[in-house]
Design a protein around this ligand. Structure first.
Ligand code: C5P
Length: 303
């Protein structure tokens, strides 16, 4: 543990959603997880989190997630922080939920990462970055990505993060959020391992397209190996993806294990035009989001 920043009584922190701009599953591992490669991209749909020091214990207030109790990832993150650092006292966590659960958007993992970062500030503790990543990985495969956010390649079970330069071209994403969330475990369970050939090569081609910065060329190569099992579980999703493509998206894809589907556009005007077209044709919500740069570039911890 390094000597830290000055502690405070309360902090506020944003927890952004992510989309997976491509996801390759290489195969099952021996530990119940699957080896994957993905491009993570943080987007401007954010949960808002408030942390306050208390005398003892962890309390989470989140009207949208009532009933989860101590299984809530934010709760587990605060408890893990207190246990690992021996910080004196407790924490009250307040979450204003904007990222729907079961959308493949990493909402729970992002809240957990934000709570870890916020607790460091609250208690004036600065753990080694490797330690913070280790704690985040214990909370969820996607959580380490959210410590810095921005754009990154994820590998392993998703917890190994390599920063990626931001996409050079202009991108606006329309995010479709239906009412039905999908359970990640269930989607992975339905994956057909036999269908997984040449996935690393396919991912490397996608990554090369990302680095080129041409959205049309990136859009041609988008794929997510979890689409087939997610579409089998939620038969309305392919029509959403097709509608996004037909409305002018340069690429459309399921995010993570779904059920969120996004379309990528080259300008605000094109995304707005598509949104107007889709409003009548597709049930559910359509949210326009931007790609966010890495967390260290937008300073989100506020007293
Ligand atoms: O790590 P996380 O709790 O988000 O994973 C939820 C579930 O999704 C795991 O228990 C596992 O069944 C599945 N999973 C997987 N391979 C991954 C990530 C998640 O099989 N790389």
């Amino acid at each position: 543990m390094r000597p830290g920043v000055a502690p405070g009584a309360a902090v506020r922190i944003l927890a952004p959603a992510k989309i997976n701009v491509g996801l390759a599953i290489l195969g099952p591992r021996g530990d119940g997880y699957h080896e994957l490669r993905t491009i993570f991209q943080a987007v401007s749909l954010c949960d808002r989190i408030g942390l306050r020091r208390t005398r003892a214990g962890v309390r989470v207030h989140c009207p949208a997630l009532q009933g989860l109790g101590e299984r809530n990832l934010a709760h587990r993150a605060a408890a893990l922080f207190l246990e690992q650092t021996g910080a004196p006292g407790g924490v009250r966590v307040e979450i204003e939920k904007r990222i729907p659960a079961g959308g493949g958007l990493g909402g729970g993992s992002s809240d957990a990462a934000a709570v870890l970062l916020g607790c460091c500030r609250l208690f004036g503790v600065l753990p080694e970055p490797g330690l913070l990543r280790h704690w985040a990985a214990a909370l969820g495969s996607d959580a380490p990505f959210f410590l810095d956010g921005g754009s990154a390649v994820g590998s392993g079970r998703g917890e190994l993060i390599e920063p990626l330069p931001p996409f050079a071209g202009k991108v606006v994403a329309l995010l479709h959020l239906g009412s039905e969330g999908l359970a990640t475990t269930e989607v992975y369970r339905r994956l057909e391992p036999a269908a997984l050939t040449g996935r690393e090569r396919a991912f490397n081609i996608l990554l090369a397209r990302w680095r080129e910065g041409d959205l049309r060329r990136l859009g041609e190569k988008l794929f997510n190996d979890l689409e087939a099992p997610a579409f089998a579980l939620s038969p309305g999703l392919p029509a959403v993806k097709e509608a996004l493509s037909a409305s002018g998206a340069l690429g459309a894809l399921l995010s993570g294990s779904g059920s969120g589907v996004f379309g990528l556009f080259g300008s605000d005007e094109e995304a707005e035009r598509a949104r107007a077209l889709l409003r009548e044709r597709v049930p559910g919500r359509l949210v326009k989001v931007h790609f966010l740069p890495a967390r260290r570039r937008w300073g989100v911890v506020k007293r």
